[in-house]
Design a protein around this ligand. Structure first.
Ligand SMILES: Nc1ncnc2c1ncn2[C@@H]1O[C@H](COP(=O)(O)OP(=O)(O)OP(=O)(O)O)[C@@H](O)[C@H]1O
Ligand SMILES: [Mg+2]
Length: 219
């Protein structure tokens, strides 16, 4: 497999003053590039935590996670450089306008064509006329389109999305999902989506349900 994230016998829990919160035990999952995968499940079951582990943002308490890109094992640092993130709360920088938010990941990589490329992405998301508007001047759906462009602007291998439509109405959700799946297809990025939305989950090639008893493939 050229691009892959492999979780092998992973367990995760949190120690709190009131005792241990166990999320999952002995969980294994292969996420392969060039595909889309959704994880659903009830609130509090550990979906966001599982996504953090898969994205290398946090190490598991037990078990192993390996990241492969172009057939080579890569480090967590490299994985992050090859990944894009989309969140329920958009997480745009308030002080930057739409263009600045999209250009930021490219600027951080020292890309001199950051603005030019970001303008192209603004066009793709249909917000060319809002380039100089700050996030608080944009609707929720528009902010999420900017967040999606920002996630894809560096041509990432993996896109991790946590409830990307969680704050949007049904019609806006469909538009935002269309963009995510279209861009993933165009750029060849793998989509890993955590969602409560049955509709969004069913659009992914593979779908898993996380519950107290573990992870079960439902599609
Ligand atoms: N840093 C932490 N310390 C202690 N407990 C935590 C921490 N992060 C998450 N938890 C707990 O772990 C459990 C799973 O959290 P997680 O956010 O992964 O759930 P989720 O499935 O994404 O839920 P939701 O659908 O509501 O977003 C919850 O009970 C949460 O309170
Ligand atoms: Mg969550």
């Amino acid at each position: 497999m050229k691009n892959q994230i492999a979780l092998n016998n992973v367990s995760h829990y949190f120690e709190t003053p009131h005792g241990r919160i166990s999320l999952f035990d002995d969980l294994s999952l292969n996420i392969s590039g060039q595909s889309s995968l959704a994880i659903t499940g009830p609130s509090g079951v550990g979906k966001s935590s599982l996504l953090s582990l898969a994205a290398g943002l946090e190490p598991p308490r037990d078990g192993e996670i390996s990241f492969t890109c172009e057939g080579q094992q890569i480090s967590i640092v490299e994985l992050r450089q090859k990944s894009g993130f989309i969140f329920q709360q958009f997480h745009l920088l308030e002080e930057l306008d739409a263009l600045g938010n999209i250009a930021l990941p490219l600027r951080l990589k020292g890309n001199r064509k950051a603005n030019e490329i970001a303008r192209n992405w603004l066009d793709k998301i249909g917000l060319s006329d809002r380039a100089n508007h700050k996030p608080n001047q944009l609707s929720g759906g528009e902010q999420q389109r900017v967040a999606i462009a920002r996630a894809f602007v560096t041509d990432p291998v993996f896109i991790f999305a946590d409830e990307p439509t969680g704050n949007l109405d049904a019609q806006t959700s469909t538009g935002v999902s269309d963009l995510m799946f279209d861009f993933a297809k165009q750029t060849g990025s793998a989509l890993v989506i955590v969602t409560h939305s049955e509709e969004l989950a069913q659009r992914a090639e593979k779908c898993f349900a996380l519950s107290d008893t573990g992870l079960e493939q439902i599609k």
